[in-house]
Write a protein of this length. Structure first.
Length: 483
């Protein structure tokens, strides 16, 4: 059964076994109908198709609009294929939207065709697109018929003869006839989102209809167990992008991990408040992303969510955010400040630096900060990637009381030449000082915490100093007491 979403009850029947439910134009598996994909194409192939009763509200002798998304196979040559039909050229007066690929003597012609009326007047529009999804729309307004592909008008013509209404609508083939002309013009390919209107849509409405659908085409997504959607990827042309609040009527509640990773064509992104979660590395490496709006309603920003977004200069975090992963904005080399709404109960900002609400954890220093930065005295934890890419900082003062330094906390701080680590620090994670190529002196005021060789990865000029039992600094390479 094929269901009509209009509520008029004109549900259709699937006929024939040679059909598959395959990925639709959005990439959703098992969501679009592909017809006759294993059959040998012939003009008289009965094959697989959909039939449905024509609603009395749909009058082909008056104004109407037909719209359909199709994916026509390139395996077909020299054979017409029907997209939507109400009748047959053997019974006269039919309305048909088809891909016309003429046999000899007109071999080689390949047109989108809208035909109607007694004698089947033919209106050639343009060559079709094959092996990819596209939208075809036909509008009758008075005596004028207009054809559109992907929301743009192709041609206009005068409808000289009025069509005749027939009881059934056929998708994927012509209506069968008793005898005399058994050509069925079967579709070899995919069909989806068939829309029949009992009025003429304006050109702006046709464009809006395509824009509505094509905007969804930019996003791939999965359906969660609760019926909501998570965006998993982006295939659009970039520029200014608004994350949709719903796709195909399904509410979008999250942006998945790495969904927009390395989408360097993005320049501006708006995340609506209906999207609660932004996943780990969701926008990592979006180098040209210069505008970012995280609307009130977003509750989670994942680890490295906007890492290396070089175009960002300022970021605002609303009061709704309750959870932020490590290093949400590292390596954003032009980021001047992160501002948190004062009403946020979980996070705060001071001088453009991101902290938790109690300001005991420093989560992110904007990478465009320059000079010497003094970490506030109440901080006990320096988060992962907190100072990653802060190349303009020549000095960082770590106060006594800090107990832990997270993964890659100071990585890629090329401008740092020396650093003092207080005796209170008992934990240092991997790569904490990685690629600090200008770092030459590191002084540990107490015993050096246990760490592996990645701590000073590619910081080959660094000499580590720590106090021995005689309380005198001793120079050495790496950790451990010198003999």
């Amino acid at each position: 059964m094929i269901h009509y979403t209009s509520g008029n009850g004109n549900n259709g029947a699937l006929v024939g076994a040679d059909l598959r439910f395959l990925a639709d134009r959005f990439g959703n598996p098992q969501s679009a109908l592909f017809l006759n994909i294993t059959s040998t194409p012939t003009w008289t192939l009965n094959g697989a198709y959909v039939s449905a009763p024509r609603s009395v509200k749909l009058d082909f002798s008056a104004d109407f609009t037909l719209s359909v998304w199709v994916d026509i196979s390139s395996s077909v040559t020299n054979m017409d294929e029907t997209l939507i039909s109400n009748g047959n050229d053997g019974v006269g007066g039919a309305v048909n939207l088809a891909d016309w690929c003429s046999p000899p003597p007109d071999a080689g012609e390949d047109w989108l065709q809208f035909s109607w009326g007694s004698g089947m007047a033919i209106h050639k529009a343009a060559a079709p697109v094959r092996d990819s999804w596209w939208q075809m729309t036909v509008v009758r307004s008075g005596t004028i018929v207009s054809t559109y592909r992907n929301g743009s008008v192709l041609t206009n013509c005068v409808m000289a003869a009025a069509p005749v209404n027939y009881p059934m609508i056929w998708l994927g083939r012509f209506q069968p006839v008793p005898s005399g002309n058994e050509n069925t013009w079967p579709l070899i390919g995919g069909i989806d989102d068939v829309r029949l209107y009992n009025r003429a849509l304006s050109s702006s409405e046709v464009a809006q209809l395509y824009a509505l659908e094509s905007s969804r085409l930019q996003f791939t997504y999965t359906i969660n167990s609760d019926g909501t959607a998570t965006i998993t990827g982006y295939t659009g042309s970039g520029g200014v992008v608004s994350i949709p609040s719903s796709i195909n009527g399904v509410p979008v509640v999250s942006i998945g991990n790495s969904a927009f990773r390395y989408c360097t064509n993005l320049t501006e992104v708006t995340v609506p408040g209906s999207v609660a979660s932004i996943g780990d590395q969701a926008f990592l490496g979006c180098l040209n992303l210069a505008g970012l709006t995280i609307s009130n309603g977003v509750t989670h920003i994942g680890q490295l969510a906007f890492s290396a977004c070089w175009g960002l200069t300022n970021v605002s975090i609303s009061s709704s955010v309750t959870n932020i992963g490590s290093g949400p904005f590292p390596g954003c080399i032009n980021l001047l400040a992160i501002t948190v709404d004062s009403a946020n109960a979980f996070y705060s900002s001071v001088d453009g630096v991101l902290f938790d609400k109690s300001q005991s954890t420093l989560l992110q220093c904007p990478a465009a900060k320059v000079g010497i930065y003094s970490i506030p005295s109440g901080v006990t934890n320096i988060g992962g990637w907190a100072f990653d890419g802060c190349n303009g900082l020549t000095g960082i003062s770590i106060p006594s009381g800090v107990t832990s330094i997270g993964q890659s906390s100071f990585s890629d701080c090329y401008g740092l030449t020396s650093l003092s680590v207080p005796a209170s620090v008992s934990q240092i994670a991997d790569f904490a000082f990685g690629v600090c190529t200008g770092l030459t002196n590191v002084l540990f005021s107490g015993n050096a915490p246990v760490a592996d060789s990645s701590l000073f990865y590619q910081a080959t000029n660094a000499i580590v100093y720590y106090f021995t039992s005689s309380a005198e600094p001793v120079a050495g390479i790496g950790f451990g007491k010198l003999s």
